[in-house]
Each structure stands twice: as structure tokens, then as C-alpha cells.
Design a protein around this ligand. Structure first.
Ligand code: F6R
Length: 607
């Protein structure tokens, strides 16, 4: 995720650009930059770090031009740095571009452009767009942009500025949001999201995939990629400024839960090319055969994702995996040497225990891999290998979209290792890849039926205790479901491996206690069913989570929430969604501060 802004009109562009970027900083905050057309020259300033660093640099040197573009970055390709910050430009600094998304074929395009003599200065995928524009510009700005769009593949919202066309900005959208704000006095605005433009106008155009907007100070027109004009309806924004920041959702957590289809899709797409690819790893059979043990080390939700990762790697790669809490790992003298692979999982990339476990593993000679959401984070910099999840900034303290993107990353990692070691037949890998591609749409389907979940949350939100049970991968998801409920609704929630109930916990199951029973794993279904009967026999209220079609379960339960059918390895990505929603609505029922639960902070950088 990144934030884009643009201004064209009669006032100093920089005022809107900085104000708009401030509103969009939630979309990315590892670097920021602006480009303003000042007539003779195009003024450019960039700064790594928060937007304040850019503001500091601009303090005594504000450009006066009235057309400009700006960007706040969430790094995907290339670490956070001044050079990798947007806007990016061509060799002669005639064209400037800001981008939100991923250009999937950028390496191939970059090679072609280098062969033609173009000089690149950043590590980003975006820079190819500016050089492509230079290559395709023959006096017609719109035509050149259309030619560029015909050559790039991937997801984007793009905003272009040309030195030769000082009265025009061009915007284009594919999969990432872009909005045009219609100004009143000979000015127009462009932004990734409504909060940036709401102080100036509520009249907007929302770009659809394939739209190209030609924005001048007195006019806005639209064409499609074939150059044919499009009629667009004005969208009047009714949200207040605060709601707009959350995309109309009441809380960041709910917004992030709903962002999961896109986050998972963005995490998958750079790594599927007929088979699973991880160019950043480039491992071979010798490297993998040299590994005799794998640890997955993490904290909290990321630890729960690690538990699922263990199933993936053990099942598909047949290598031993241990999962450890980062806060425990380094204090128990772990058996780690140069034949050990240590995988650390961390959304923020800054969790101090996870970072310390990583450092300790390196000291002991292990090969290290980080799965993290933040490019350029301490953990990303420290690990030998890095896989990035593409969840975008996670603002809510309770982690949701980071968890599902961690799961899908580890699933793809296991498939990648299995491909190299041929530990799974090629047809089975093909089958799993097909199912993997369906997951984003299946998450959307799961998200479309919230009403029953809201009702359960209202019915049981005031109970003191809730139990979560499941076997195998269902147990891992149960742990995550219980953590979500605890941290935001303050209800005492415990997850148990179903088979363990009769070894003690069953004593706590009394009449009316809510039990969330996960029953998605076909291989242990009959066993799970007998555990469900055990709690039902003690008059618990049982809510089941099951795969669609399993209607036979209904008679044993008080309520069932169905999730779409897929392989049992992938179903945790779907089964967790109703649990996230249940926690969210239980917290709302109890009047809790969902995004900022008591005693907790987003990134735990202290031990
Ligand atoms: C729970 C939650 C925490 C984090 C944990 C690790 O919702 O967010 O349990 O998962 O603090 O954080 P990262 O992944 O940033 O290392």
C-alpha cells in the first residue's frame, strides 16, 4: 500500500500535497516525496522515514509551482531510502510518476530499457514506468501513457506529470484505488483515498479498473485504455473526515479484516508463474538437503501462523519443524547449528524478542529466513533471506490481515520447497496451486455473510468464558480465534486441542458455556465430532465452523458457520475469518475500544 496525491490549479501545489500526504500516511510511512512543476524546472524532494522528515527538508524551501504530485511509500520492491522514494523519473527528468501497487513484469521491462540505454537509479519496480513513458512519448501525453499501460502487468494506481504538458496530470487505475476530487475554483485534486480531499471537496470521481483520467485545472475527462471516451458519474462523499480515513469502516480492525482478499491476492501474485517462484530465495536441492531441522520462531498471532506453517512444511516437505515462542527460544539454549533453518515471522519486523531470536540463531550459525510485512524493518535487514507479505500497513492492534498473508506465504514457501525436493508429485502441486488461487475470492465470500456472526456476538458477548476447540490445523486456528477474542473484548477465552478436553478442561464445561468448535479438517473429522458430542452432553452452547456442504454436523450443534470448501491445508485461511469477526462484534457489544485495546501496543519493541 502507498498513498498518492496530485494537485493542479491556481494555488501552491505543495500545500495540498503535504496536507494530503498527512491524511494518507496510514497507507505507508517508510519514505515520502513530491515533484512540483515550477515552470523552468521540476522541483523534487524526497526523504526516507516518516512524512515529518520530508516536511523538515522542505521547511525553508517550499516550491511555488501550481501543479504537482506526491507519494508516501510502503516499500515492496527496494528497501526504504531516498533513492527508492517516489516520485520516479526518466533519464532526462522530463516525466515523473508516483505509483501504488506492483509492476510484475518490471525486471523484463527494465532489461529491455537498459539495452536501449536507459539509466536506472533506484531498485523499484516503479522506475520502469517513468522510463517507459520517456521511450513512448512522441508529443502526445495521453497516447504515451496508454502505450505504457499496454506494456505493464500487475496492479497499480499511477499518476503522471510531464514537463512538456504543464497543464495536465494523468491518472490510471488497475486494482489499487484512485479518486479525483472536483475543485470549485479552477483546481482539481487526485488522491488514493477520500480523507486527503475531503477538506477541499466532496464531489469526486472514483476511478474503475482500466480508467484513465486526464486532469486539467478547469476540466476532467476520461478515456479507456483504447482511447475511447468514458462518461463517469460524480460520487458525492457523505462520510465525515474521520470515518473517511477508515474507508467508511467504523474501525481499522474491521477495515483490515475486509482487506484480506486483496492482501492475500497481492501476497500471492508476485510468486505464481505456472509454479511457485521466490526469486529472493533462489534455493536449490543442495541447499535444502543440507537442512536437517527447521524452527519457526515468532510471537502472538505470528506464532499462531507459525504453528500452521509447521503443518505445511512437515506435510509437503517432510522435514522436521519446531515452532517456538520467540520470548522462550533463546533462553533455553536451542539446538541450532549450520544445518538448521530458522524462520522468523513478524508483521512489524521490529518485535524485540523475535529480532533477538534471529540474532541468536545467526550467532549459532543457522540459515535464517524472515517472513515480514515491513520492507526495510530490522528483522528484514538482519535475516539472510526475506519473504515479504503484502498486507499493507496494519494499524489495528489486533492482527488480522497480517495473519492470513503469513499463512499464504508459508504455504507457498512449503510448495516452493516441495517443488525443488520433488517431495510431492507435480500434479498434487498443480492442484494445490489451483486451490490457492481461489482463496482471495473465497475469503470475500466468507466476509459476505456477517449477520449471523453479529447475532452470535450479541448473544454470547457477555459471557465470562468462551472455549475454542479443534484438532490438527483447527487447533491452530482455535488458538488464534481465542487470542482475538481475549485481546479486544477482554473475555476469558481458551483454546484446547479437542482431544485434551477430557484430560482436565472438560471440568469447566457447564451448562450455557459457549464453545466454538472448529470442524474443518476432514482427516480428523470423526474424532472432532465425538469431542463436540462430549461438550454438548455437558449442555454447552456449541457454535461450529465447518466446510460448506457438511450439513450432517448441524444436528449436533446449536449454530454452524459454513466457510467455502477447499483443501484442508488451506481452510485455516477461511476458518479464521468468522473468528476475527466474532471477536470484533463481541468487542463492539461490550463497548470496547477495538483498535486500541487496553494495555497493548501495536509493535512490541521491548522485551
Ligand atoms: C495479536 C497481535 C500480536 C502480534 C505480536 C507479534 O493480534 O497482533 O500478538 O502478532 O506482537 O508482532 P509482530 O508480528 O509484529 O512480530
Amino acid at each position: 500500500m502507498c498513498g498518492i496525491v496530485g494537485y493542479i490549479g491556481g494555488k501552491k501545489a505543495i500545500d495540498f500535497l503535504l496536507d494530503g500526504l498527512t491524511k494518507l500516511e496510514y497507507r505507508g510511512y517508510d519514505s515520502a516525496g513530491v515533484a512540483v512543476n515550477c515552470g523552468e524546472n521540476i522541483f523534487v524532494e524526497k526523504a526516507v522515514g516518516r512524512l515529518d522528515s520530508l516536511k523538515e527538508k522542505l521547511k525553508n524551501n517550499l516550491p511555488v509551482g501550481t501543479i504537482g504530485i506526491g507519494h508516501t511509500r510502503w516499500a515492496t520492491h527496494g528497501r526504504p531510502s531516498d533513492l527508492n522514494a517516489h516520485p520516479h523519473s526518466d533519464c532526462h527528468k522530463n516525466f515523473f510518476v508516483v505509483h501504488n501497487g506492483i509492476i510484475e513484469n518490471y525486471l523484463q521491462l527494465k532489461e529491455q530499457l537498459i539495452a536501449k540505454g536507459h539509466k536506472f537509479i533506484s531498485e523499484t519496480d516503479t522506475e520502469v514506468v517513468a522510463h517507459l513513458l520517456e521511450e513512448n512519448y512522441h508529443g502526445d501525453f495521453v497516447l504515451a501513457v496508454r502505450d505504457v499501460l499496454a506494456k505493464i502487468e500487475g496492479s497499480y494506481s499511477l499518476l503522471f506529470m510531464s514537463k512538456f504538458d504543464p497543464d495536465t496530470l494523468i491518472a490510471a487505475k488497475q486494482d489499487n484505488p484512485l479518486i479525483i476530487g472536483i475543485g470549485k475554483d479552477g483546481e482539481n485534486f487526485i488522491a488514493s483515498d477520500i480523507p486527503a480531499i475531503i477538506p477541499f471537496t466532496r464531489q469526486t470521481y472514483i476511478l474503475n479498473d482500466g480508467d484513465i483520467a486526464i486532469v486539467k485545472k478547469d476540466s476532467i475527462s476520461f478515456v479507456n485504455r483504447q482511447g475511447l471516451p468514458i462518461d463517469k458519474k460524480i460520487f458525492h462523499v457523505k462520510w465525515n473526515a474521520q470515518a473517511a480515513e477508515k474507508g467508511g469502516y467504523e474501525h481499522f480492525m474491521l477495515k483490515e479484516i475486509n482487506e484480506q482478499p486483496k492482501a492475500v491476492r497481492d501476497t500471492i501474485s508476485p510468486h505464481l508463474n505456472g509454479k511457485v517462484t521466490f526469486n529472493e530465495l533462489n534455493w536449490n536441492a543442495d541447499f535444502l538437503n543440507d537442512i536437517n531441522k527447521i524452527y519457526i520462531v515468532a510471537c502472538g498471532t505470528a506464532y499462531h501462523a507459525g504453528l500452521v506453517g509447521k503443518f505445511y512444511i512437515e506435510k509437503l516437505v517432510r522435514k522436521l519443524v519446531e515452532v517456538d515462542l520467540a520470548s522462550e527460544f533463546r533462553y533455553r539454549n536451542p539446538i541450532v547449528d549450520n544445518k538448521t533453518l530458522v524462520i522468523v515471522v513478524s508483521q512489524s519486523g521490529e518485535t524485540s524478542d523475535t529480532l533477538a531470536a534471529l540474532k541468536e540463531s545467526k550467532r549459532l550459525g543457522a540459515k535464517t529466513l524472515a517472513v515480514t510485512n515491513v520492507v526495510g524493518s530490522s528483522i528484514a535487514r538482519e535475516a539472510e533471506f526475506v519473504i515479504h507479505t503484502a498486507a499493507g500497513p496494519e494499524i489495528a492492534v489486533a492482527s488480522t490481515k497480517a495473519y492470513t498473508t503469513q499463512l499464504i506465504s508459508m504455504f507457498m514457501l512449503a510448495l516452493y520447497m516441495a517443488q525443488i525436493l520433488k517431495s510431492v508429485p507435480a500434479e498434487e502441486i498443480e492442484r494445490l496451486i489451483k486451490l490457492l488461487k481461489k482463496i482471495p475470492a473465497q475469503i470475500s465470500e466468507t466476509l459476505s455473510d456477517v449477520e449471523p456472526i453479529k447475532t452470535f456476538a450479541q448473544m454470547y458477548g457477555f459471557n465470562d468464558d468462551v472455549f475454542y476447540i479443534g484438532r490438527s490445523l483447527d487447533y491452530c486456528v482455535a488458538l488464534e480465534g481465542a487470542l482475538k477474542l481475549k485481546e479486544i473484548s477482554y473475555i476469558h477465552a481458551e483454546a484446547y486441542a479437542s482431544g485434551e478436553l477430557k484430560h482436565g478442561t472438560l471440568a469447566l464445561i457447564v451448562e450455557g458455556v459457549p464453545v466454538i468448535a472448529l470442524a474443518t479438517q476432514k482427516s480428523v473429522y470423526e474424532k472432532t465430532l465425538s469431542n463436540i458430542k462430549e461438550v454438548k452432553a455437558r449442555d454447552a452452547i456449541v457454535i461450529g465452523i465447518a466446510a460448506a456442504g457438511n450439513t450432517s454436523l448441524e444436528k449436533y450443534l446449536d449454530h454452524v458457520i459454513f466457510v467455502p470448501e477447499t483443501d484442508e491445508l488451506l481452510i485455516p485461511l477461511l476458518a479464521v475469518v468468522p473468528l476475527q469477526l466474532l471477536a470484533y462484534y463481541a468487542a463492539i457489544t461490550r463497548g470496547c475500544d477495538v483498535d486500541k485495546p487496553r494495555n497493548l501496543a501495536k509493535s512490541v519493541t521491548v522485551e
